[in-house]
Write a protein that binds this ligand. Structure first.
Ligand code: AMP
Ligand code: ZN
Length: 465
């Protein structure tokens, strides 16, 4: 069986994945807070985890991998959007408006991620459907001395009660206090303590609990949902590295204290950030564009996916128009090569080996480039599909533009044969200039002429030639 190595944040090195149960490899990815459209940065963990999911399904079998990605559908930001709608005169109660907002955001998210070729996870738990499990976990933490109620509707986790706090990111509690904006509040026994449960107003979403009507804190959601779906221990937990502290440290503290008999997640996988001029793309900095913005501007989802795959997930990356143009030209070439070709029965070993080495997608793409010739088009197709590229579903953008350039290839070839005799290359130059102006890549070799539509290909300009 293929050996998969992954970089584990917790041990700071590459580790061989030894699934707890190879018949059911389980992975959990922290999903979005559903208050607005996903920006391009939010799509990066989705694409990275999609490649991992596809690789695991390839190695362990389609029915032997379970992937869960949650929706955080209780949050102040969601409440704020509902409140703004209500103030603008929208009908319905605040609670109904909250629900309307989360429903529409989830449907946008699923549509946008599908355009990027991401398979839907097996489970997409919504926080609001797991409130009893969260309450039970908080009660367990209180009973075991890891949490306390303040008597005014809050429950807090006592960070000092968990000696391994900070082990994931390798920082001491003092460093973390210094580095983060830790909220000091009167009800906290220690500034690092964080909220498990907080009170809610009558108008906003809330649930009855032993501490009064309230709602969960963000971190307890993932601990409770992953436990309900996967039990005390599972294989891989992921998210962007911006979640390492405090979110993932807090998840570990909650889960390991509530269920000390388990390991929680064995491997922690973190993707680096998508950046804009050296800064993390984020809603709060305002330096973002959404996946939908790019799709509406005419960038096909498959092109966006290929741009992501060109950079290793543990390296920061930028989105540039140049990268998108190159990816589009590559995909056009690969799609032209594989049109009408039956896929080979098995993916290339070199591609699988690259992916198995801590998801080296750039290495896998280098192997695909080697397979991009007429003789190995069937292998190219199968291996590209392992990466979620060149699938039938993703190809609609390039359909209908499948222009037959063979007539122009012949004209150019013939013109050159004549020019070699007459030493007059004017007609060859005229044809080449016109083809390039129509966005066609012209490749001339001793034996022939190859014309490939480039990213700015415009068929209407060919008519004038
Ligand atoms: P959020 O809705 O902010 O919790 O983000 C959802 C997911 O997107 C999390 O896994 C984040 O780590 C990830 N994420 C947010 N911003 C970026 C970014 N600029 N680059 C890569 N991942 C990001
Ligand atoms: Zn989480």
């Amino acid at each position: 069986m293929t050996t998969i190595k992954l970089h584990n944040t917790r041990t700071r090195g590459k580790e061989v994945l030894n699934p707890i149960n190879p018949d059911d490899v389980r992975l959990y990815l922290c999903g979005p807070t559903v208050y607005d459209r996903a920006h391009l940065g939010n799509a990066r963990p989705v694409v990275v985890f999609d490649v991992l999911y596809r690789l695991l399904r390839h190695v362990y079998g389609t029915d032997h991998v379970t992937y869960a990605r949650n929706f955080t559908d209780v949050d102040d930001k969601i409440n704020a959007t509902a409140l703004a709608r209500k103030e603008a005169g929208a009908p319905g109660t605040l609670e109904e408006l909250v629900q309307e907002r989360t429903e529409e955001t989830i449907s946008w998210y699923l549509a946008d991620m599908a355009e990027l070729g991401a398979l839907e996870p097996d489970h997409m738990p919504r926080a609001t459907a797991y409130i009893p499990q969260m309450i039970a976990m908080i009660e367990e933490l209180i009973a075991k001395g890891h949490a306390y109620a303040d008597g005014a509707g809050h429950v807090l986790f006592s960070v000092k009660s968990y000696k391994d706090y900070g082990a994931l990111s390798g920082r001491s509690v003092d460093d973390m206090i210094a580095g983060a904006r830790v909220e000091v509040a009167d009800n906290k026994r220690d500034p690092m303590d964080f909220v498990l449960w907080k009170p809610s107003t009558d108008e906003l979403p809330g649930w009855d609990s032993p501490w009064g009507r309230g709602r969960p804190g963000w971190h307890i959601e993932c601990s409770a949902m992953s436990h309900e779906l996967f039990g005390d221990s599972f294989d891989i937990h992921g998210g962007g590295n911006d979640l390492m502290f405090p979110h993932h440290e807090n998840e570990i503290a909650q889960s390991c204290c509530a269920h000390p008999e388990g390991d929680f997640a064995k491997i922690w996988l973190h993707n680096e950030m998508l950046q804009v001029e050296g800064k993390k793309m984020s809603k709060s900095l305002g330096n973002f564009f959404t996946v939908r913005d790019l799709l509406d501007q005419g960038y096909p989802g498959e092109v966006i996916r290929l741009v992501f795959l060109q950079t290793h997930y543990r390296k920061p990356m930028d989105w540039t128009d140049k990268k998108a143009k190159e990816a589009e030209a590559t995909l056009r070439r690969w799609r032209a090569l594989t049109t009408g070709i039956n896929p080979a029965p098995a993916a290339s070993v070199a591609v699988i080996d690259a992916l198995s080495d801590d998801l080296n997608t750039a290495g896998a793409l280098a192997e695909l480039h080697k397979l991009a010739s007429a003789e190995t088009a069937a292998d190219l197709l199968t291996s590209a599909r392992l990466l979620g590229l060149l699938t039938d579903k993703m190809g609609t953008w390039s359909q209908g533009e499948d222009h037959d350039l063979s007539h122009h290839e012949k004209s150019l070839f013939d013109a050159r044969q004549v020019a070699i005799e007459t030493k007059d290359f004017a007609e060859v130059d005229r044809l080449k200039t016109a083809l390039i102006a129509a966005g066609v890549e012209v490749r001339m070799s001793k034996t022939g002429v190859e014309l490939v539509p480039g990213p700015s290909f415009d068929a209407s300009k060919l008519d004038a030639i």
